[in-house]
Each structure stands twice: as structure tokens, then as C-alpha cells.
Write a protein that binds this ligand. Structure first.
Ligand code: SF4
Length: 69
């Protein structure tokens, strides 16, 4: 047991499709092709992605990303 993963939750209903999360953490977030709303690719990102995911949550203009850890 080396690490405990973070858990990421997105609220698609809040998302305004800015794409900020994808630019910051493209391994964890994607955008839907038709309307650009956020898609969560990885609910439990590895520690190596944690910093980028925190920044994505912090700078999401719609506060649509929550992190539980
Ligand atoms: S940064 Fe926030 S508003 Fe922008 S696409 Fe990601 S979840 Fe949606």
C-alpha cells in the first residue's frame, strides 16, 4: 500500500464547456464531441496526476469539479 488515490467527481450540469480541465489534465478529463461538456476519464487518478487535477478543479470557471481525498 503505497498511496491512497484521490476521487474526482464532476457535475456535468454545471459545466460550461470551457475546456480548462482538459488543457490542465488531459489524462483525467475529456470533452464530449457534440457539446463540449466535461467527461471524467479517470475517477481515481494516480498520484502523478494529482497536481494537475487539483489545478483543474481550482480553475474550473463553473466549479464543476470536486475532489475527495
Ligand atoms: S473546466 Fe469546468 S467548465 Fe470547463 S470543461 Fe472542465 S468542468 Fe467544464
Amino acid at each position: 500500500m503505497g498511496w491512497v488515490s484521490m476521487r474526482v467527481v464532476v457535475q456535468q450540469s454545471k459545466c460550461i464547456a470551457s475546456g480548462n480541465c482538459v488543457m490542465r489534465a488531459g489524462q483525467v478529463f475529456d470533452q464530449r464531441d457534440d457539446d463540449g461538456l466535461v467527461i471524467l476519464l479517470d475517477e481515481n487518478p494516480v498520484p502523478g496526476h494529482a497536481g494537475a487535477v487539483r489545478l483543474a478543479a481550482e480553475f474550473c470557471p463553473a466549479q464543476a469539479i470536486q475532489i475527495e481525498e
